[in-house]
Write a protein that binds this ligand. Structure first.
Ligand SMILES: Cc1cc2nc3c(=O)[nH]c(=O)nc-3n(C[C@H](O)[C@H](O)[C@H](O)COP(=O)(O)O)c2cc1C
Length: 428
């Protein structure tokens, strides 16, 4: 059966930016169904059955996560749609918000209903100004037409949705730093436990899901879990948005089942390599935080499980393609500059380690490296990973370890040749 695009079906159709336009293509049918025909528990069960896994990075099953949230307690339950999207190489949530804001809102509203939550938040990356304006316009229209507030769509369910803008910090995509930021505090991760489901924003049970995760919910409710599990692979079901950037002819976001391989994504969907004389050298499949793959490893399927088996991760599905002109030392230096800048500074291994990696790699790239620097990169990564409050440290460590393991000769050549061998080659 041909794969049907659903998440991106309205991309390029500006009519759906209005409520009438979105309803004209079947919008809010799933919300009406959930409110009229299903209890919150039934919605949760359907999502559980679908096997939907979180699209924000970790791939945790969404329905199971919703099951952790205690309902009917003294404190209100909150839902946060995580639209911070700051992972380098990742721009899929942005597409959804810019082209189908009502889908994002409908997914948020149905999920809030399932969680018995009466106030949901969308935390949007500060730099997404246009997306914020589009989303805000859609939300304002909903508020004016009885889709939000008391007794929405004639039901006895009350819901408010508030959009909160970030201030440009990568760390605020991490769920606990996000919660601090949303409360008006400094965006620093919190120790777990307590987990957000137990004690999140304002001391209340809180569920946090990625924007793409929640955009799947209307389809699961309207079409049923069996439709969803029929797409992709077992444990890796449903449509998936893949981002591709770097040395390709046709960078962009591609909606595909999780049966696609890295090679197919790059060569068929992203148009192949930018310069035909420069083949692919390396591919980061899941946003900058995941281990790199070499050109000879790209027949792997881009599912959560297949990529994990290959020693990397699907992460945020932000695919970064590098051709043979790319220096791996310089690429890693660039990534570590990012983590060094974005480390919130709470944990010493991350604060000091990211800076150390960044300066070491800068020295190595510029010809001042020594043999001992190469094992030191791995040692530093070992001392960061698993030793911090949040996984930003792991995100900085994993790519470093993988780059050295997979391109060790290139790292050594920087020492023996006292500089970047590729720079000479590209200049020649
Ligand atoms: C440093 C860091 C940044 C993150 N940034 C994002 C982000 O921008 N968007 C997102 O959805 N998840 C991000 N996450 C993952 C969230 O903490 C969380 O796992 C996710 O929002 C849960 O949603 P999901 O279950 O739907 O995937 C980040 C994690 C870390 C450690």
């Amino acid at each position: 059966m041909a794969f049907e695009k659903v998440l991106t079906r309205n991309v390029g159709n500006p009519a759906v930016l209005s409520l009438a336009g979105y309803e004209g293509v079947g919008g809010y049918v799933a919300l009406r169904k959930a409110l009229k025909e299903m209890t919150p528990l039934e919605v949760t069960e359907e999502v559980k059955k679908s096997g939907l896994r979180g699209r924000g990075g970790a791939g945790f099953p969404t329905g199971v996560k919703w099951g952790f949230v205690p309902r009917g307690g003294e404190r209100p339950v909150y839902l946060i749609n995580n639209a911070d999207e700051s992972e380098p190489g990742t721009f899929k949530d942005r597409l959804l918000m810019a082209h189908d804001p009502h889908l994002v809102l409908e997914g948020t509203m149905i999920s809030a209903y399932a969680l018995e939550c009466h106030h949901a938040f969308i935390y949007i990356r500060g730099e997404y100004v246009r997306e914020y304006e589009i989303l805000m316009a859609a939300l304002t229209e909903l508020r004016g037409k009885g889709y939000l507030g008391r007794g929405i769509l004639g039901s006895d369910y009350d819901l408010q949705v508030t959009i909160v803008r970030g201030a440009g910090a990568y760390i605020c995509g991490e769920e606990t730093a996000l919660m601090n930021s949303l409360e008006g505090r400094r965006g620093e991760p919190r120790l777990k436990p307590p987990f957000p489901a137990q004690r999140g924003i304002f001391g209340s049970p809180t569920n946090i899901n990625n924007t793409e995760t929640l955009a799947n919910i209307p389809f699961i409710i309207e079409r049923g879990a069996a439709w969803f599990t029929g797409i992709g692979k077992e444990r890796n079901a449903g449509p998936k948005l893949y981002c591709v950037s770097g040395h390709v002819r046709n960078p962009g976001v591609f909606e595909l089942p999780m049966t696609i391989t890295c090679n197919e994504l790059i060569q068929e969907h992203a148009g192949g390599m930018l310069h035909s004389g420069h083949p692919v050298k390396a591919f980061i499949p899941g946003g900058s935080s995941v281990p790199v793959l070499r050109a000879d490893e790209l027949d792997v399927v881009m599912s959560y499980d297949d990529l994990a088996e290959a020693g990397t991760m699907l992460g945020s599905a932000g695919g970064i393609v590098m051709d043979e002109t790319t220096c791996m030392v310089d690429a890693l230096r660039n990534l570590e500059a990012f983590y060094d800048h974005e480390s919130c500074g709470q944990c010493t291994p991350c604060r000091q380690g990211c800076g150390w990696l960044h300066s070491l790699l800068t020295r190595l790239e510029n010809g001042g490296g020594v043999e001992a620097d190469i094992p030191l990169i791995t040692e530093l990564a070992d001392n960061i990973q698993g030793h911090t409050i949040c996984p930003l440290g792991d995100a900085a460590a994993m790519p470093a370890r993988a780059m050295v393991a997979k391109f060790e000769d290139e790292f050594r050549a920087h020492v023996t040749r006292k500089g970047c061998p590729l720079r000479d080659k590209v200049m020649a």
